[in-house]
Design a protein around this ligand. Structure first.
Ligand SMILES: Nc1ncnc2c1ncn2[C@@H]1O[C@H](COP(=O)(O)OP(=O)(O)O)[C@@H](O)[C@H]1O
Ligand SMILES: N[C@@H](CCC(=O)OP(=O)(O)O)C(=O)O
Length: 404
């Protein structure tokens, strides 16, 4: 994962900002703003919802719903991103542990998702609230028409007073198009719904200086920026049913905070305290401004399908002047991509400068390389004078990772 800067005027530091839709101020700077945050995305992990035998833990699920319902009763809007589909099907299907192959994961998710949403519907109904299930794939946050569609549906659910319950569409997502973890999905959803804060609930009470439980390892209450997590050891594996451990949570934090959304990371049992702005877990301050969700996805999460290698002039133009990438400045193409796929844009020194959505299929590119736009138009027709990657579809790669 990498943090990146959009092609527009940078908000400063190594944060991300998009050229096309940059708008709005950074989110609340500290915990004091949490009690009055109008719209909150809450993500809960598998380990906080299931028991050791692979069944839903109704007591913990209900306790969480009670907290979220109280927030709704106080006038706040809540979007819930819930994991647990796969984990809660292990018991009912008699599976010994989290399946490794995609087909069994899909089947388990299909069964568990039904159980999960039935329980949420029951628990929220006790407070007079309805839930709406929304299953997303990565495409729903990156393809322009899809994310507009997803955003419209979520807005309407919220306007109707419904609590959206979101998960990845695991039953049909292929390996290539999967997020794979709900931490990053939650950060992109926060952006999609313009949340005021993101609360990540897990089985530890926050980010620790080292693996929780190791002598000397202590909770970090506040992270103001990337430099505060340098040296933090996040190598310890997460729970047996969760995916990604602390690594994907910090990826999520990087995406959210860089786009203006502050994050609280804490244990599910501390959900009420987190929303009240109490000193629980770890508060990550917002560092950047809101940006386009497509560019966020491109910068942080998309799997690239190929590489475009640039000459020095093109590398300078892209890096320093934020221009589109024209065929004239490209010396080589690698990979297997279709028009619209994410690719890496690489300087002559081999360093990745940017990521972009390429405008041509890979087979079309070689005859265009090194040729001027006017040449291409004269020889191949007006369709071939377009950019290889338009500047609106391009993000510069800044700091390579949040982690040390
Ligand atoms: N520095 C750290 N601070 C806190 N937790 C850590 C750290 N390094 C690794 N972890 C692990 O991350 C786990 C949480 O991730 P995960 O199991 O994926 O949770 P979830 O199912 O809630 O998404 C914790 O159980 C903890 O063991
Ligand atoms: N979509 C998957 C969850 C994947 C995931 O990120 O799990 P977790 O690390 O527990 O948040 C499921 O519902 O099983």
């Amino acid at each position: 994962m990498s943090t990146a800067t959009g092609m527009g005027p940078a908000a400063g530091g190594s944060t991300a900002t998009g050229a096309s839709t940059a708008a709005g101020a950074p989110g609340p700077a500290d915990r004091a703003a949490l009690p009055s945050a109008a719209r909150v995305v809450v993500k809960v992990g598998s380990s906080s919802l299931t028991d050791a035998r692979g069944h839903l833990d109704r007591e913990r699920l209900t306790a969480l719903v009670d907290v979220l319902a109280a927030r709704r009763a106080a006038g706040g809007q809540v979007v819930l991103v819930s994991s647990g589909a796969i984990a809660s099907a292990l018991g009912p299907l008699g599976l010994p542990g989290r399946p490794r192959d995609l087909a069994t994961q899909q089947a388990a998710a299909s069964v568990g998702q039904g159980l999960l949403v039935a329980d949420y519907a029951r628990a929220f109904a006790a407070h007079g609230l309805r839930v709406g299930q929304v299953l997303l794939t990565a495409d729903d946050t990156v393809r322009r028409t899809h994310h507009r569609n997803a955003s419209r549906a979520l807005e309407r659910l919220l306007a109707l007073g419904v609590v959206p319950v979101i998960n990845e569409n695991d039953a049909v997502a292929t390996q290539e198009i999967r997020f794979g973890d709900n931490d990053r999905l939650a950060a992109l959803v926060s952006h999609l719904v313009r949340a005021d804060a993101l609360v990540l609930l897990t089985d530890v009470d926050g980010l620790h200086t080292g693996p929780p439980g190791r002598p000397g390892s202590v909770r970090i209450p506040l992270v103001r920026g990337l430099e505060d997590v340098a040296g933090v050891d996040v190598s310890a594996r997460g729970s047996a049913v969760g995916t990604g451990g602390m690594v994907t949570k910090l990826d999520s934090v990087a995406i959210a905070t860089a786009s203006g959304v502050p994050v609280v990371l804490t244990a599910a049992a501390n959900a009420a305290g987190a929303l009240a702005g109490d000193d629980v877990g770890t508060f990550f301050a917002a560092t950047g401004r809101r940006t386009s969700v497509r560019l966020l996805w491109l910068a942080h999460a998309a799997r690239t399908r190929g590489r475009l290698l640039l000459d020095e002039g093109a590398a300078r133009a892209v890096r320093d002047r934020g221009t589109s990438l024209l065929p004239a400045g490209v010396t080589r193409v690698e990979g297997d991509f279709d028009a619209g796929d994410p690719v890496e844009i690489v300087g002559p020194d081999g360093v990745v400068l940017a990521r972009g959505l390429v405008a041509y299929d890979v087979a079309e590119v070689p005859p265009l390389l090194g040729r001027s736009t006017s040449d291409l138009r004269a020889e191949l027709g007006p369709g071939y004078d377009r950019e290889l990657v338009h500047r609106d579809d391009l993000v510069l790669v800044g700091r390579t990772t949040l982690l040390p």
